[in-house]
Structures are given as structure tokens and as C-alpha cells.
Design a protein around this ligand. Sequence first.
Ligand SMILES: NC(=O)c1ccc[n+]([C@@H]2O[C@H](COP(=O)([O-])OP(=O)(O)OC[C@H]3O[C@@H](n4cnc5c(N)ncnc54)[C@H](OP(=O)(O)O)[C@@H]3O)[C@@H](O)[C@H]2O)c1
Length: 215
Amino acid sequence: MTTIGFIGAGHIGGTLAQLAITQGYDVVVSNSRGPETLTDLVDQLGDRARAGTSAEAAEAGDVVVVTIPTKNVKDVPVEPLAGKVVIDTNNYYPQRDGQIPALDDESTTVSELLQTHLPTSHVVKAFNHITSADLATQGAPAGTPDRRALAVAGDSDDARAAVAELIDELGFDTVDVGPLAEGWRYQRDTAAYVQRFDADGLRAALARAVRYRDM
Ligand SMILES: NC(=O)c1ccc[n+]([C@@H]2O[C@H](COP(=O)([O-])OP(=O)(O)OC[C@H]3O[C@@H](n4cnc5c(N)ncnc54)[C@H](OP(=O)(O)O)[C@@H]3O)[C@@H](O)[C@H]2O)c1
């Protein structure tokens, strides 16, 4: 795995791209307005970065990160992501995304929506429960006492393992939450959401998660 594609190059996409470059990855970043609007970011990221369309970022990535407002998930290109590991950082904020009935009635979850849109990709929910500022500053080498942990959920064991390895390289422990349907345990407003925990603390926070309908 050498290239990470980014669909979305804002707070989280830009921060993750920087961390990935620091670890020796190449990145292809994209947004909704076109590669010509990403010149400043690419200049900042340096030689390992280039900008493309979303389809080009999807095509180029060995792993691809989708990091956009949830309301725009329908725009994510499907065919170039076939068979790939796709990391979903997205959260649901109705004030930004509008009301999405299937999320309001909890008949699905944010990352399962992306998985439904990308039926042959291997979606892993990750990086949604850490702020971009903390992502930029809280990474630490493996073995550091009290190292911050991030959760991974996904329906493919291999994809979860690959993303856990990437997260370790980027400076964080992981807690494996299992299938994508369990991703609600670290969605917006849960105990694990944007709070700093090591692996034991995160496991405890995930265990006491409450669904929106029970809040
Ligand atoms: N900010 C955080 O600390 C944080 C933490 C964890 C998770 N999240 C979640 O992660 C996602 C991204 O958050 P963010 O804060 O990085 O957002 P952001 O700073 O607003 O950036 C969003 C990015 O998505 C791009 N985008 C929007 N619609 C698109 C489309 N249809 N196709 C391709 N690119 C598109 C935007 O491009 P244009 O500017 O060209 O439209 C922009 O580059 C959200 O779901 C958010 O809730 C955020």
C-alpha cells in the first residue's frame, strides 16, 4: 500500500493526508470543486501529494478515505472503489446534512449508508471520533504509555486489520469493534465521541454507548 486517495480534503482529509505523507505514503486529494482549488493544500503537503477529481483519487488510492458531509455520500464514485478498502470518517449532523430518515429512525448507520452505496468495497469506520486538531497533535509511537486509541468497525476482517495497521503507523492504538453495524457505538454524542481514551478506556466507553432512541 503506497497511495492513499482522499475524497474530501477539508479538516480531516487534509490532516490525515499530512500524517500519511509523514509516514511515507503518497496521497491524491480531491474535493467537490475540482483539483485547481487544491493548489494551496498540495503546495503545503509537498512532493508526495497531488490533486485530482474524486474519481481520480478513488482510482489512484490503494486505500481511499471518504471524508465529506454525509449528505454527499451519494456523489462518491462507485466503480473505481470496487474491491478496495474505504475508510469512512463521516458523521451525521442534521443541521449540516438535513434530515436523513434512515439515520433518524436508526434503521441504518452512517457507515452502513456508505457501504450500501459501495456494495463491493470494504468500508471501515475510523477517524470519525477524533477532532482534526487532536488527530494532528495526539499521535505517539507504538508502546507509548496511555497512547490514544481509535475504534475500527467493518464487515471484512482483513480490511479492519489493514486499517488498524495504518492507524498504528499514524500514531494511535486501535480497538476492534467488529461489524459495521456496531459503528453506532462511537457515533456523534456517544461516550467515545471526540474524547481522549487509551485502549482500555475506549473499550469501556464503547461498552456504555447508548443509541439515540434510548437517550
Ligand atoms: N472536523 C472534525 O474535527 C471532524 C472529526 C471527525 C469526523 N468528521 C467528519 O468527517 C467528515 C469531514 O469533516 P471535515 O471537518 O473534514 O469537513 P470539511 O472541513 O468541511 O471538509 C469537507 C471536504 O469534503 C469535500 N466535499 C464535500 N462534498 C463533496 C463531494 N460531493 N465530493 C467530493 N468532496 C466533497 C469538501 O470540498 P469542497 O470544499 O470543494 O466542497 C471538503 O474538501 C464529516 O462528515 C465530519 O462530520 C469531522
